[in-house]
Design a protein around this ligand. Structure first.
Ligand SMILES: Nc1ncnc2c1ncn2[C@@H]1O[C@H](COP(=O)(O)OP(=O)(O)OP(=O)(O)O)[C@@H](O)[C@H]1O
Length: 370
């Protein structure tokens, strides 16, 4: 096994192609550090499960290399890898009780009886299921089954646990509880978790690092705050939360034009007069009197959402603006919308992280600060 500084997983130019030549992962490279909670986030079919299957060894890359703790595992079978997977349907054995489900892997390893009992009890304590040892799986609720599946993974003391949409079968309340519990469990065990979900709120709440995927490519990776605050392209901005996205022109560094007006912003590094996507989050727009805002819009509809009103408006060019405001407005009225330069996020249309990094490097190389 590699040293502490070594990433636990490294993908280098990994492409996965199926027989009919469909490319489901396209030249993907990333590193996973030890002891963190990672999330693979993206819409259905974007390649999340394929990445987990490649890590676990259930499938091989068509091109590129995969390293686990510094060792190339391209041809290493699943049972020779120190990886445990928690599947969406938990894949528990219905004919075995809770204890035997958790003990299964240890029995295969032929550990002695007393060691098995101790380890299973400890794993069940960790997931708050002490006392449930002799229960049948059919007598357990969805959330409890989920915990059994996790106990079964952690009892093997793996360095890495892969979780493929493990919360998707649970109702909203239980799901939120389990999100919290899983996060706490990962922190206290210090094991690397790689969690797959298509739910952006879940990803934001749980992760140290998120990889946003689309069409077999990593669109952006970073902390939840990085990804939420500085989405790299229209896809990420849209996928990660509600956003207002309009077309604009970058006139020069820190000056952008959209809706026929010029606005100061905090982004640079674009070509003069480059067409860009301009993004402003609904919560960054403030409702003002019509003449006091930078934008003048007409209110089309308003919904009460508990913590705020969700207001849908249109400007005179026909652009839709979604606003989250604690202030109630009148449908049909004209209002103003105010925002800070920091609230304006500028993106090159369809730009990937790789292209973004190159652009930023060139920009900084030309003597600009970030
Ligand atoms: N054995 C296979 N043969 C051919 N195509 C496959 C195979 N397995 C997966 N695919 C295709 O690969 C693509 C990516 O699948 P994958 O399961 O990785 O997506 P996902 O992001 O996990 O989606 P979901 O959220 O729906 O589970 C899909 O278009 C899928 O149809």
């Amino acid at each position: 096994m590699g040293g502490q500084g070594e990433p636990i997983i490294r993908f280098e130019g990994v492409t996965k192609r199926y027989d009919d030549d469909t490319v489901v992962l396209d030249n993907v490279s990333f590193e996973i550090e030890r002891g963190k909670f990672y999330t693979l986030l993206g819409p259905s079919g974007c390649g999340k499960t394929t990445i987990l299957r490649l890590i676990a060894g259930f499938t091989e890359p068509s091109e590129g290399n995969i390293w686990l703790s510094g060792r190339n595992v391209n041809r290493v079978p699943a049972n020779k890898r120190q990886v445990n997977t928690v599947f969406q349907d938990y894949a528990l054995f219905p004919h075995l009780n809770v204890f035997e489900n958790v003990a299964f892997g240890l029995r295969i390893k032929r550990l002695n009886k007393q060691v098995i009992t101790e380890k299973v009890r400890e794993a069940l304590r960790f997931v708050n299921l002490a006392g449930y040892e002799s229960r049948e799986i059919s007598e357990m609720s969805g959330g409890q089954r989920q915990r059994v599946a996790i106990a079964r993974a952690i009892v093997n003391e793996p360095e890495l646990i892969l979780l493929d949409e493990p919360l998707s079968a649970l109702d909203l309340k239980l799901r939120t509880e389990m999100q919290y519990e899983l996060r706490e469990l990962q922190r206290s065990l210090g094991i690397t978790f790689i969690f797959v979900t298509h739910d952006q709120e879940e990803a934001l709440a749980m992760s140290d690092e998120i990889f946003v995927l689309n069409h077999g490519k990593i669109q952006q990776s970073g902390t939840p705050i990085d990804i939420y605050d500085e989405p790299i392209n229209r896809f990420v901005a849209d996928f990660i939360g509600e956003s207002n996205i309009v077309s604009g022109t970058m006139l020069e560094d820190y000056l952008v034009e959209f809706t026929g007006r010029r606005f100061e912003c905090v982004d640079g590094g674009f070509r003069p007069n480059e067409t860009v996507d301009v993004i402003i989050r609904p919560e960054d727009l403030e409702v003002t009197e019509p003449e006091a805002g930078q934008l003048r819009v007409k209110v089309d509809s308003q919904l009460f959402r508990g913590v705020h009103y969700e207001i849908c408006c249109y400007d005179s060019a026909g652009n839709e603006w979604l606003v989250h405001s604690t202030r109630r407005v009148t449908v049909g009225a004209e209002i103003g919308l105010a925002f800070d330069p920091e609230a304006i996020h500028i993106m090159r249309h369809g730009e990937t992280e790789e292209a973004f990094d190159k652009r930023l490097e060139a920009y900084q190389g030309a003597g600009h600060a970030e």
